[in-house]
Design a protein. Structure first.
Length: 173
């Protein structure tokens, strides 16, 4: 596993552990063995999902076995990163203090264009040029564009050294 990773480069899991699992009071992803590649590709700016090497079924969250044909062989398939908001909530306190500072802010469930059976949860941003926008930027600047079915594009915010998380940029007007 991870045979294509240079030995000198820490894994995302090691980077998360080095940061204590949290930065500025905000939680970092906590990869497991199956999920580590997802986060490594995210750090490269790629949204990839597991694809069964035998039947081609794409799956998320990462896991060792294909739910369709029970094969243990899989590859990480690049997606376009495009999708649509399938649902969303607007988070209000009680929240952890670092999150409460930005509330209310939206969190979306996004259906991928390439694999509509796959839905990912994430924070939104008003523009693909601003992966680092505050959590509440959409509420403040683009509330009218926030709706179920709105087109979005995955962008990647570096949240700690060696750790990046996908966010969803609203692409429609
Ligand atoms: Zn399969």
């Amino acid at each position: 596993m991870n045979a294509d990773k240079p030995a000198s480069e820490p894994s995302v899991t090691e980077a998360v552990h080095a940061a204590g699992g949290m930065v500025g009071g905000m939680l970092l992803p906590w990869p497991d063995v199956d999920g580590e590649p997802f986060w490594r590709y995210a750090l490269q700016g790629e949204l990839r999902v597991q694809s069964c090497a035998d039947c081609g079924l794409r799956r998320f969250p990462p896991r060792p076995c294909c739910p369709g044909c029970h094969s243990f062989d899989s590859r990480w398939q690049l997606t376009s990163g495009r999708g649509r908001i399938w649902s969303f909530v607007v988070a209000h306190p009680p929240l952890l203090p670092a999150y409460a500072e930005h509330a209310p802010y939206p969190v979306a469930v996004v259906e991928l264009d390439d694999a509509p059976a796959i839905r990912l949860v994430g924070a939104l941003t008003p523009s693909a040029r601003r992966p680092d926008a505050p959590l509440d930027a959409v509420t403040a600047e683009a509330g009218a564009r926030l709706r179920i079915g709105a087109p979005v594009q995955a962008v990647f915010q570096t949240v700690a050294p060696g750790v990046a998380v996908p966010r969803w940029a609203l692409t429609g007007s």
